[in-house]
Design a protein. Sequence first.
Lengths: 203, 249
Amino acid sequence: MKKVSVILIALLMAATTVITAFAAGINDSEQAVLDELKKSITVNGVEMVWPDAYVNQAENFFNTIDMTEDQKTQIISIYKEGTDYFLSTGASNIPNATVAQRRQLFDILTKIMNVVDGTASYNKSAGDVSLLDKNGTVLLDVVPVLVEKSSGKAVDSDGKQIDTGVIKTTGANVNYTAIIIVSAAVAVILAGGLFFVLKKKKA
Amino acid sequence: MSGHEHKSRHRHKHRHKKSSGLNFIILPIIFFCATYLIIYFTLSPIFSPVINEARLLFSDSKKDYSKKDDFNNIFVPIEENPESVPVVTKKDGKQYVDNESVVFPRYGDCFGQLIMEDCDIDCKLFFGDDSLALRNGAGMYNGSFIPGYGGTTLVGGHNSTYFNGLKNAEAGQKVLIKTSYGNFTYTVTGTDVKKYNDPTAYDLSSSDKSLLVMYTCYPFDELGLTSSRFFVYAELTDGVMINREEAEE
């Protein structure tokens, strides 16, 4: 009986040390990942970084989880794999990489998200990538693009500025597709009505 | 005219009358219903914010922020019992909100209320600025920080609804953001009109300064897409900051 009690107590103690309670704030592992994300990389002679807004999104997400040392090691390792791969492509920025190269980068991103039980999703129409938790809730939403460290701007291969999606459309919430559909439908109805009236008059 | 011909003409006339009645009653009804349904289903997303705003204006009932809509609401006003928020005193002698007591919002959560009395703005504040958030209030960009965390809080809202009042913003006016972990008062320092992709319009790099940047499409009341935004800049003048350091175990 005494032996059983000792084993039970030992198991209980082991369990309490293994299960870490969620702690708000940024822990050392999370800070290490944030530091890695803030590091610049030199692409074709230009120092490039992730936009501040993206690193902030990661920080906000880390405030809702408690990253372990093991998760940190895995994430940084996969992240470095992604950085090395991107540099090997020779592209000046992520949007300028080929479709196959971007797909490869997306797969690496998915691997990172799998470490924290999440996934990644690409929205083709908006051109942004959403990082989601296992329930499908958005954790981060980014346009995959690096910005120049000096100016905070990103340009495509034609020198045109790429929007990082920080500022949203806050106009009168106009849905142009809806307006076109309604206009077309009304035109068809009016034409149909007119045709009917003319036909009647002729008859 | 034979009797047979007369009968046939009478039948034809009767059928024609019947057919005219059908055309002049049934067809307009079908046209009306079809047009109404098409307009209703396609334009209702456009008019719903205006209708919601009208309801807000003409309603004399007190706002009930505990009621859940199709979004997650984690906002519980604390004005009646501010002592309920636990604070910690740090080495600098200042009090901070204990971060253990703060429920950090997730994307899409309604986590506060934004009030700017001088501009007649009083709306829900969401974490994230997708269309659902902007349809129901103001949306905080999730790449900026929640009030009290430090750094910049970037909030957008539609110029036709919740942020239409920003056109009256002037330096010196107050903006109150209520959250479940504290109330924060900001003072407007200035306004500006800039392009939506102008990175100088806001600074999201980590900083000890607590700033609030609100924006909406410009010109105001213009239907359609516009590349300009009206920015209102404010800085925190009252509120207990969150302790950003993780509690030691």
